[in-house]
Design a protein around this ligand. Structure first.
Ligand code: PEP
Ligand code: MG
Length: 846
């Protein structure tokens, strides 16, 4: 008697169908099931080994009929046959018959002891009753070039039988041409997989041009590793319910150019072979850190995590659960990133994360990993690592340079899962060799870990010029262009880049002419820097003798020595939140005191200005466990957090006070908006003084980052001895333009007259009470704006150490009279553009 195997993604469906078929065929029919994955909770999926075992259980010399549900069930069944020996393989029929009706018809026919061919035919005709009743109006082939094949002529490719025994019934086939510059790379491949997964049909795809495949069209790894390049033709082949619709949907997708943005076409940014830059011009983004750089494109490499060898026997259920949890958490993290990028940069830009998410649902990774755990006794870490490595090597071996680069994405997603399985912190990404780092975006922590000897330049797809990545790039003196767009992520590893951080340009495979220009600029810049550096240690005074304190912004005590060497007259902003980042617990009072003391000692008598914790929004500090907020930039951050968590604020103030006993220390509160907040902060300081008994004098000030503070500076001056203007936040709040969002980066311009007027108003209010005003936002580092700031009445400037020497030179080359004239003209301007024109004219004259 013919045996029957029911294959379904769901164990319950498989059992249910078998039960129904037994009802009709009787208990003696050899019916076996292979449903779901062999996990403790019977996860949805299919497994070739389970199918093979079911076939063996159902084995009969009369043969076995295998009925499958959708998608990977077909591939798993095909793979299962491959695992059997030749003699058996010939006596198996994979049937495209409808699962429920087919199983019932097959069971009834098998019981009559009919041969395999007849059982298969009856199964295939299982829908006849329904069709007779309801008609088959739906069952037509798609328009536009897709063929509906009859059993006799569909004899090639996945799902097609060559023996006419019913392995292919009605199959819908279409040939699509791929005209994308980078072929079916990750993003369009992800769209392809999403669309192919949208129906119950079993869809496979082949690269007709190279002969690669077939692959399961619902597997990103399967589709993308077919190596489909520009101009290739692919064949999609669909069987089972909804095949016509599935093929139609894929045709429509191809007609929409796989939903790729219009500008990602033939003039796309990532040629596998160098293109003449002069002909097509550079990519442009926002100038984020000055200077030029030349070198090969380098992408982050997934950090390598050691997978410990297990000496103990492992419990497959525990390991499967651990893999599942890690995959789930990583998928959530990727979804959050996607959400974040979609909000900041738009849907199109965010779609790259869909590809990352699909990796985590791909049977090509999960299948082998599950099998290694279940059948080979591997740990989750080992099984996952091996599966990722295996698939990544397939990507590595592709001809297409761009597609090869996708292995980096896969390894990076793989490392995220692995770190979660091993319960170790996500190690910092690294650059393998010197070059220009090309990344989606950089977190402050990523950037802080960069070594300027390896990261010659930075290009990011997202982010604006005042994002923290940009701030840190300037601090490290690494030329950077940010917010260039997702197309940068398609740059092949190693392609030569020339970047101009002053103009915000990225030249791909630059012509000799561009290289010469970049090199000349580099030489001129080094000469100017050398001249400025020679006098950096001397105080800076204007031509008419006004001394200006030019200080450094730092995030860690070990940066202070370099700042002093770069000519800093002190530290004008210690961003203490960096001491709190990238760790599971917050630093205690003693640890903080040690950090501030180290900084003060390195300053050798120069002033140290400590800003209390400014966490939240763009500076997340996970150790604080802050509640998620709908608008974190307008939420509990800066001093609001300090007042909300007095334990943190008091501890920090006590640590600062103890250092102030021995060194010249100033303290300031971030994000102050009202006199009430300042009053509360000062009460905390009084209490910290009482608790420590420290009486040493210490100047107390506030950051001016909120327009309200600028406009009420005169009354705030009652409680603040100085004001330090944070132009980064002041600009974003004045122009309502997120500092990290490249789509509004053009708006986020600190030279906008509205911002300049707030600076002028701060100075007016502060000086009316004899208080001094500094600037510690990024504008302070721009030597083209130095005279303007002095003219507005600013007398202290604090910046990334790398800018100190040139800003000191700018101070030395201006008179206050000239500066005030410049400020008056800038204040009277109507736009940031006009202000720039005023500055350019003045710089040209100088
Ligand atoms: C600013 O907002 O300008 C500033 C200096 O603070 P931060 O960049 O750390 O937010
Ligand atoms: Mg700020």
């Amino acid at each position: 008697m013919v045996g029957i195997v029911i294959v379904s993604h769901s164990a319950r469906i498989a059992e249910g169908v078998a039960e129904l078929a037994r009802e009709m065929g009787g208990d003696e029919v050899k019916l076996e099931t292979a449903g779901g994955l062999d996990t403790p909770d019977g996860a949805i999926g299919t497994d070739a080994v389970l199918v093979m075992q079911a076939i063996e259980r159902a084995w009969s010399d009369d043969g076995v009929l295998v009925l499958m549900d959708l998608g990977s069930a077909v591939l798993s069944a095909e793979m299962a046959i491959d695992l059997l020996d030749d003699g058996r393989r010939e006596r198996i029929v994979l049937s495209e018959a409808p699962l429920v009706e087919g199983a019932v018809a097959a069971a009834v026919t098998a019981k009559l002891d009919r041969p395999l061919e007849v059982v298969a035919r009856e199964a295939r005709a299982g829908l006849a009753g329904k069709v007779a009743h309801l008609g088959d109006g739906e069952h037509t082939g798609p328009d536009g070039g897709a063929d509906v094949e009859s059993p006799g002529n569909a004899d090639e490719g996945a799902g097609a039988g060559d023996d006419g025994t019913g392995r292919v019934g009605e199959t819908v086939v279409a040939v699509l041409r791929v005209d994308l510059e980078h072929g079916l790379h990750a993003r369009p491949a992800a769209r392809f997989v999403q669309v192919a997964s949208g129906s119950d049909a079993a869809v496979t795809v082949r690269n007709l041009t190279t002969g690669a495949g077939p692959a399961d069209a619902t597997s990103l790894n399967g589709v993308a590793t077919l190596g489909v390049a520009k101009g290739h033709e692919i064949e999609v082949r669909s069987s089972g319910p909804g095949s016509a619709e599935a093929v139609e949907a894929l045709q429509a997708l191809a007609a929409r150019r796989f939903d790729e943005p219009a500008d990602a076409g033939s003039e796309g940014p990532a040629p596998a072979t160098p293109r003449p830059a002069a002909a097509e011009g550079p990519l442009t983004g926002f100038p984020a850190s000055p200077g030029v750089a030349l070198g090969p494109a380098r992408r982050w490499h997934a950090p390598e995590l050691e997978v410990p060898e297990s000496t103990e026997p492992v419990d497959p259920r525990t390991e499967l659960a651990s893999l599942e949890a890690a995959v789930g958490e990583t998928a959530e993290a990727i979804a959050r990133q996607r959400h974040d990028v979609a909000a900041r940069a738009g849907e199109e830009e965010a779609r790259i994360f869909d590809a990352h998410g699909l990796f985590l649902r791909d049977d090509a990774l999960l299948g082998p990993a599950h099998r290694a755990i279940e059948h080979e006794g591997r740990t989750a870490a080992r099984a996952w690592n091996d599966a990722v490595d295996h698939v990544a090597r397939t990507w590595d071996s592709l001809d297409d340079e761009y597609l090869r680069a996708r292995a980096v994405d896969l390894r990076s997603v793989g490392a995220q899962v692995l770190a979660r399985i091993l319960d170790v912190p996500m190690p910092a990404p690294r650059l393998d060799a010197p070059g220009i780092l090309v990344a989606a975006d950089l977190t402050p922590a990523d950037t802080a870990g960069l070594d300027p000897a390896t990261a010659l330049g930075i290009v990011t797809a997202h982010g604006g010029p005042t994002s923290h990545a940009a701030v840190l790039a300037r601090a490290l003196g690494i030329p950077a262009v940010v917010g260039v767009g997702t197309e940068t992520l398609m740059l092949p590893e190693g392609v030569q880049l020339a970047i101009d951080g002053d103009r915000g340009q990225v030249h791909i495979a630059p012509s000799p002419d561009v290289i010469r220009k970049i090199e000349r600029a580099r030489t001129a810049r080094s000469a100017a820097l050398a001249k400025a550096a020679a006098r950096a240690g001397e105080p800076a005074a204007t031509l008419d003798g006004t001394v200006v304190e030019v200080a450094a912004n730092v995030g860690r005590p070990d940066e202070v020595a370099a700042a002093v060497a770069a000519g800093a007259d002190g530290v004008g902003l210690f961003r203490t939140e960096f001491l709190f980042m990238d760790r599971a617990t917050v630093p205690d009072e003693r640890e903080q005191e040690a950090a501030y003391r180290t900084a003060a000692e390195a300053l050798a008598g120069r002033p140290l200005l400590v800003r209390t914790l400014d966490a939240g929004a763009d500076k997340p500090v996970p150790a604080l466990g802050q509640e998620p907020e709908a608008n974190p930039f307008l939420g509990v951050r800066g001093i609001r957090l300090g007042l909300d968590r007095p334990d943190l604020l008091l501890g920090q103030l006590r640590a600062v006070l103890r250092v102030a006993e021995d060194h010249p220390v100033r303290v300031m509160f971030p994000m102050v908006a009202t006199a009430w907040e300042l009053g509360k902060a000062r009460e905390a300081l009084d209490r910290a003084r009482e608790e420590t008994g420290v009486e040493a004098p210490m100047e107390v000030g506030i950051m001016v980052e909120v327009p309200a503070a600028a406009l009420t500076a005169a009354s705030l001056a009652a409680g603040a001895e100085f004001f330090s203007i944070g132009t980064n936040d002041l600009t974003q709040y004045t122009l309502a333009a997120d500092r990290g969002n490249e789509r509004v980066a053009a708006l986020n311009d600190p030279l906008h007259p509205a911002v300049l007027r707030l600076i002028a108003e701060t100075v007016r209010g502060a000086t009316s009470r004899g208080r001094w005003v500094g600037v510690c936002g990024e504008l302070a580092a721009d030597d083209r704006a130095t005279a303007l700031l002095l003219g507005l009445g600013v007398r202290e400037l604090s910046m990334a150490a790398v800018a100190i020497a040139t800003v000191k030179e700018a101070v030395r080359s201006t008179s206050l009279e000239h500066a005030q004239d410049l400020a008056a003209r800038a204040l009277a301007s109507g736009s940031a553009g006009e202000v720039r024109a005023v500055l350019d004219r003045s710089n040209d004259r100088a």
